[in-house]
Design a protein around this ligand. Structure first.
Ligand code: GLN
Length: 190
């Protein structure tokens, strides 16, 4: 079956996520209003600017219905600003505190090879004014770190990544996400 994955499209890097997800066989719906969330099998919160994204979510009344979708167990992938949106101080859905622009003003962007638990080869990670996870609850599994700072983590149905897996040729992290979405959709269909 073809899963339908929503990509929050108020602002930021949603188009690149949509392209990768379509390449991997998902149907993609751009999410701008609460109605766009209905019936989704998965959701991506892209990178961008978290302050602007917060204002858009407030304006459109998205926080409540988006929270309901996530609490219902729908697989969610939050990247960069999307990681920030899921944290305690924003949507409050994941038990993490994000630190914005954590790598400092000088270091606006950089790349690093990161190992992930379920991937044989490292991921070439592109960081752009990225956050890191300053603090995480017991229930949060750290998936990757840079200099001892968590930059990817998982809690229940939520995966967050501080860098930009939608840029570049390596689609393995999206493929893992689409796989989880398929499993979730199949289990819902019974
Ligand atoms: N620095 C941005 C913020 O704090 C996030 C950067 C990104 O998403 N590439 O919102």
């Amino acid at each position: 079956m073809t899963p339908t994955i929503g990509v929050l499209a108020l602002q930021g890097g949603f188009a690149a996520h949509a392209r990768v997800l379509r390449e991997l066989g998902a149907e993609v719906r751009e999410v701008r209003t609460p109605g766009d969330l209905l019936g989704l099998d998965g959701l991506v919160l892209p990178g961008g600017e978290s302050t602007t994204m917060t204002l858009g979510i407030e304006r459109e009344g998205l926080a409540g219905p988006l929270g309901d979708l996530v609490r219902a167990g729908t697989p969610v992938l939050g990247t960069c600003a999307g990681l920030i949106m899921l944290d305690r101080a924003h949507l409050g859905l994941m038990d993490i505190t994000a630190r914005r622009n954590a790598f400092g003003r000088q270091l606006h962007s950089f790349e690093a090879d990161l190992r992930f638990p379920d991937l044989e080869e490292p991921v070439r990670a592109v960081f752009i004014r990225a956050p890191w996870i300053e603090e995480a609850g017991e229930d949060v599994e750290v998936l990757a770190e840079v200099d001892g700072h968590p930059v990817a983590a998982r809690q229940r149905n939520m995966v967050v990544i501080a860098f930009h897996p939608e840029l570049g040729e390596d689609t393995r992290l999206h493929a893992q996400f689409v796989e989880r979405v398929r499993e979730h959709a199949a289990s819902r269909a019974g």
